[in-house]
Design a binder for this molecule. Sequence first.
Ligand SMILES: [Zn+2]
Length: 131
Amino acid sequence: MQDCIFCKIIKKEIPCEKIYEDKNFLAFLDIEPVSFGHTLIIPKKHIVWMKDADDFTISEIFKLTKKLMLAIEKGLKCDFAQVSIVGEDVPHFHIHLIPRYFNDNLPRFPTKKYKDGESSEVARKIIQKIV
Ligand SMILES: [Zn+2]
């Protein structure tokens, strides 16, 4: 895709701090890290949303995510690596791997409270669409 910043990184038109590359995937440091070592893992094929990826891409990218998670935890001596898939910042499917520390005080997602019976209704809407 012409204007996609991640496709430009794949084509080496924009430099990156590469962590890993094979014929299907690229992993590199986020230039605006939540914490140092914050890594992005992307398929080389331009896919906008995770839901658009084929099963091979999904299984392989998660295997690679685990491999890099272990390297981040050992290499940076963090307590764990958070996996995050948001998908609206850059329109090219990517997985964030964020080195985390138990006392890093990073903000959590804001949460809501279900009213009585509301969670069953929400669950039902999801369950009936599982194919
Ligand atoms: Zn792209």
